[in-house]
Design a protein around this ligand. Structure first.
Ligand code: HGY
Ligand code: MN
Ligand code: MN
Length: 441
């Protein structure tokens, strides 16, 4: 078969794979815990159904599949000349509330399509590929992110298992209820089962994650894809203003200790503080008022605070400043304040070595390769602390994300797929010539 015809064949296969990725994105987006909008949270019924569907797609791409003790879905493609090493590829299958379709699933479905393509080309890879659908990256149910990848990195703590969701269900019970007993093992010793989730970093060549950019840079540069240089650190806090509940009709304004007014003053103070610090972003995404009745002065107001910056020092200083601001507002208003640093993850650089390989793969598909940092968090920020990690950003319309209007074009999906296949081929070539790739980050 002539090269022209072969490359025509391949590009036809590539377009077909890209179409299939988009169809699967739509099918997966119909699996939700909240009818009428897309929400899939850790260990929920929708996550179980999503794993079942994606597991079927992994098997149709020739992979064997399993679920680990925290609900990560793993598809394994065995290498034709085993070197004992594996490349990890994937992203997360959970979503935020009222989510877009692509944040997370795109990276998993592209990885499945990439493995399927290489398999059909009968590519002799010197390493295996594990495709992972992580069980929880967004942290919606337990307010603490990266549960799936932290378990794989050996960083899921006993204290995490004791965290309770809005219904008072501990993470431990949610896991025991959702994951089948084979994953947890006899006697339901969850701690031991979670220790078994940990990857053997020496056997891993690296971790590759394709993800929508969730920002405007690639669209502004009119490029389909780009290489990620580093992933911003983030601090997640929970703060509770405690005032005094009272009768809305009989309590004079000057005698009130209104917890919601204190919280509201703090929310506006967060916004004006962050506006004055370059590249700092700070967000109050959730607020819960108690007792929550229209004729009762709020006695308590609990809110979340999300702080991000490329520099850990700036982020930590901002966290301290905003916490002291909250204390000052509470004091001024005669309220009390309780605050908890729920989670802090440092900024993580991506592997310079794997970035180079990825940039070469990108240049084969688009005339130039740009590198950009990620303001959003990703599972690569966790796996990148134990193995070399690299990320491919895919352009998304107007940078919209964490919103139903999130969208990606099929042409860009096709470019991403071609880049991923080339990345694996180049990695295989490098590995075959000097298998030491894993030692160099
Ligand atoms: O919040 C984030 O940055 C990511 O979408 N979990
Ligand atoms: Mn994501
Ligand atoms: Mn997200």
């Amino acid at each position: 078969m002539g090269l022209q015809h072969l490359s025509g064949q391949l590009s036809g296969a590539m377009s077909q794979q890209a179409r299939e990725v988009m169809q699967r994105i739509e099918a997966l987006a119909r699996i939700t815990d909240e009818p009428g909008r897309l929400t899939r949270t850790f260990c929920s019924p929708a996550m179980r159904d999503a794993n079942a569907l994606v597991g079927r797609w992994m098997r149709s791409a020739g992979m064997t599949t399993r679920e680990d003790a925290v609900g990560n879905l793993i598809g394994s493609h065995t290498s034709s000349n085993p070197s004992g090493k594996i490349l990890l590829m994937g992203s997360h299958l959970d979503t935020v509330r009222n989510a877009g379709k692509f944040d997370g699933p795109l990276g998993v479905l592209l990885a499945i399509a990439c493995v399927d393509m290489l398999r059909r080309e009968r590519h002799q890879l010197p390493f295996g590929i594990d495709v992972i659908g992580f069980a929880d990256e967004e942290g919606v149910r337990y307010q603490t992110t990266y549960l799936g990848s932290r378990a794989m990195a050996g960083r899921l703590r006993k204290s995490d298992l004791a965290r309770k969701d809005a219904e008072g269900i501990t993470m431990e019970n949610a896991i025991l209820k959702a994951t089948d007993s084979t994953a947890v093992g006899k006697g339901g010793d969850l701690a031991a089962a979670i220790r078994r989730v940990r990857i053997n970093a020496h056997g891993v060549l690296g971790y590759f994650e394709a993800h929508i950019e969730q920002g405007p840079v690639l669209e502004k540069k009119n490029l389909p894809v780009g290489v990620v240089t580093a992933i911003a650190g983030q601090s997640r806090l929970s703060l509770k203003f405690i005032g005094v509940a009272g009768h809305a009709g009989t309590t004079p304004m000057n005698l009130r200790r209104d917890a919601l007014c204190a919280a509201a003053e703090f929310v506006c103070a967060v916004e004006s503080f962050a506006r004055q610090q370059s590249d700092l972003v700070a967000t109050v995404g959730q607020i819960k008022v108690e007792p929550g009745a229209s004729n009762v002065i709020p006695g308590a107001a609990e809110l979340t605070l999300d702080i991000r910056h490329q520099s850990d020092a700036v982020r930590e200083a901002a966290t301290a400043k905003l916490t002291s601001l909250a204390k000052a507002i509470a004091r001024k208003r005669g309220a009390k304040l309780s605050s908890e640093l729920v989670q802090a993850t440092d900024a993580v650089p991506c592997s310079p070595r794997l970035q180079q390989v990825l940039a070469r793969a990108i240049k084969k598909q688009q005339n130039r390769s740009v590198a950009l940092p990620s303001g959003a968090g990703h599972d690569a920020a966790v796996l990148g602390t134990v193995v070399p990690a690299t990320m491919l950003f895919v352009r998304c319309k107007a940078g919209i994300s964490h919103h139903p209007d999130e969208s990606v074009t099929i042409a860009d999906v096709r470019v991403a797929l071609a880049v991923m296949a080339d990345f694996v081929r180049l990695l295989a070539k490098e590995f075959a010539s000097n298998g030491a790739l894993a030692k160099r980050r």
